[in-house]
Design a protein around this ligand. Structure first.
Ligand SMILES: Nc1nc2c(ncn2[C@@H]2O[C@H](COP(=O)(O)OP(=O)(O)O)[C@@H](O)[C@H]2O)c(=O)[nH]1
Ligand SMILES: [Mg+2]
Length: 221
């Protein structure tokens, strides 16, 4: 059974818009006022991708914007990591690589999805980072680049959807496909070997697998 309860973390320089992105996604609210985030905060939201409901446990970062403060426990077991930069602030973009290095230090990046949010896209007249430059960088770290504006719900919804879909395609769809294939293969080999295979144990094992798969399907979809 695939994992559907996911840990999502947002990382990036102070004022890049992490708290605003989460606030827009959860509460459909945006404020131009900057309030420093205090303490670690988790918000939960469910999202449907194809026929699977994913539960996103979204963690904001507070007081951890300095690299040295980002601890292993915060990053541990992250499934989706969103690196946020502010398109009007070149420094926030240049810091992405340091954030990426921190992630690689603490977790196995092959087990997670990493996405980059090019935030504050509504302020494009003050843009300091060209989108092509950002795209080029994202291809080197193998991550999706998604333009966002925390002022706009649809763009934030799209951010979480795209990354959830990427997670689904990479870690859920393939596993479920393999599980189904295995059951079908077992069914086929059973019908071919029915005269040869007289072992009760084997038969029970096959039956167990069938039952388990039936249970999985019920809870999953
Ligand atoms: N115009 C605009 N302002 C934003 C956007 N996202 C965040 N801000 C503003 O940027 C400031 C810092 O945002 P915040 O979410 O607190 O950043 P954090 O430090 O990364 O959590 C606040 O004044 C927000 O109102 C955005 O997409 N567009
Ligand atoms: Mg914040």
């Amino acid at each position: 059974m695939s994992k559907t309860n996911l840990k999502v973390i947002l990382l990036g320089n102070k004022t890049s818009g992490k708290t605003s992105i989460i606030n827009q996604y959860i509460n459909k609210e945006f404020s131009f006022e900057y309030t420093m985030t205090i303490g670690q905060d988790k918000q939960v939201k469910k999202i449907q991708v194809e026929n699977t409901i994913l539960t996103l446990n979204i963690w904001d970062t507070a007081g951890q914007e300095r690299f040295a403060d980002v601890n292993k426990i915060f990053m541990k077991n992250s499934d989706i990591i969103i690196l946020v930069y502010d398109i009007t602030n070149k420094e926030s973009f240049e810091s992405l690589n340091k954030w990426y290095a921190e992630i690689k230090n603490h977790i196995d990046i092959n087990k997670a999805i990493i996405g980059v949010a090019a935030n504050k896209s509504d302020l494009y007249v003050d843009e300091e980072v060209n989108l092509d430059t950002a795209k080029e960088y994202c291809s080197t770290i193998n991550s999706l680049l998604i333009e966002t504006s925390a002022t706009n719900y649809d763009s934030i919804n799209n951010l979480f959807y795209q990354l959830s879909l990427e997670y689904y395609n990479k870690f859920i769809k393939i596993i479920e496909h393999d599980e189904n294939k295995q059951v079908n293969d077992n069914e086929e080999s059973k019908s071919f070997n029915i005269t040869e295979d007289t072992s009760n144990n084997k038969e029970e094992n096959n039956q167990d697998k069938k039952n388990n798969n039936g249970n999985n399907k019920k809870t999953c979809c």
